[in-house]
Design a binder for this molecule. Structure first.
Ligand code: GTP
Length: 298
């Protein structure tokens, strides 16, 4: 900084006071100074002079040591992310840490024993990221995962099945004549039927099974560690379950049937794409034969 731009030392405290980040100045592992920023739960008077080793967990301290080393080695600002959980940080919990906080931090060394560590609360950003990721992977009507979410799950499970037992299957469940439900009972009743089918299948499935809204009137159910015979039985259970639904609507009770295509991994050369192709062919046969039917690999 040139002389003309000399920063008035009296302004340093004001700069810290206006920043939303929480800033620590740490010397010989002791907190020399803290500006709490938006972390108003933190009580500066209670932690000034305290050793960070008494305040932070071993996991956080390990990352912090690495961050300090990195800043020392590069002579530059070093960044790291931390999760502060009240249950892992009893001292901070006593001070008022009441919820899990994600911090994005920057650290700069002043000299060999002193560094400045600033912590930015990114909980809001994390929440938004989770919401966007949730929306990207979920169907908004039924809350089930969507087709996009299925692909990696299927590929990962198929790769795993090929390394170990080689077994997994998938069902594609298609509502017969769904447009008739919309036409005769209204779109709301159609929506309600879709939701109820997803809820019933969700209750039927095993924990490890992965259920998705595959298309407009199609539900996919990926079944890890399930052979073809078991998968066809699961398809039959799903078919029967849906046929027993009877949903009241303003225009009368709504019921429907489904056609189910089933396919199972057929060997080490098989792929998710090939399996999906067979499922769609089997589903087409089930529909062609009049619906309300389960069709598996021949
Ligand atoms: N209620 C409701 N209907 C939807 C939704 N998404 C798509 N649809 C309707 O679902 C219907 C699907 O029609 P098709 O794919 O021809 O299926 P189908 O009438 O069951 O015919 P088949 O499959 O040949 O028995 C269309 O009328 C779409 O407008 C939704 O979210 N809610």
């Amino acid at each position: 900084m040139s002389d003309g731009q000399a920063f008035p030392e009296s302004c340093f405290a004001s700069v810290l006071a206006v920043t939303a980040d929480c800033v620590f100045i740490i010397k010989d592992q002791c907190i020399q100074y803290v500006s709490v920023g938006d972390e108003v739960w933190l009580q500066p008077d209670s932690i000034r002079g305290v050793s960070i080793e008494n305040l932070l967990s071993e996991t956080i301290l390990t990352t912090l040591r690495e961050q300090v080393s990195s800043a020392q080695a590069s002579g530059d600002v070093s960044k790291a992310r931390y999760i502060f959980r009240p249950e892992h940080l009893p001292e901070l919990k006593n001070l008022g840490l009441s919820e899990t906080i994600w911090f994005e931090t920057r650290l700069n060394c002043v000299d060999a024993s002193t560094y400045v560590w600033s912590l930015r609360n990114i909980n809001e950003r994390k929440k938004l990221e989770r919401k966007i990721s949730h929306q990207a992977q979920r169907d908004s009507l039924t809350g089930a995962y969507n087709r996009r979410a299925l692909i990696p799950v299927m590929e990962q499970n198929i790769a795993q099945a090929q390394r170990y037992d080689g077994i997994c299957s998938m069902l594609l469940i298609d509502i017969d004549d769904f447009s008739r439900v919309n036409d005769d009972f209204g779109w709301d009743a159609g929506d309600q039927l879709l939701r109820q089918i997803v809820t019933s299948l969700y209750q039927m499935k095993r924990t490890a099974d992965f259920l998705v809204r595959f298309g407009d009137d199609q539900i996919g159910l990926f079944l890890p560690e399930t052979n073809h015979e078991q998968a066809v039985l699961a398809g039959e259970r799903a078919r029967r379950l849906v046929s027993e639904l009877d949903i009241p609507s303003a225009s009368g009770n709504v019921s429907c049937t489904v056609s189910v295509g089933v396919s199972s991994l057929s060997g080490p050369e098989d792929t998710a794409a090939e399996m999906m192709k067979r499922i769609i062919e089997n589903l087409a046969i089930a529909r062609h034969c009049g619906g309300n039917r389960v069709e598996g690999d021949s």
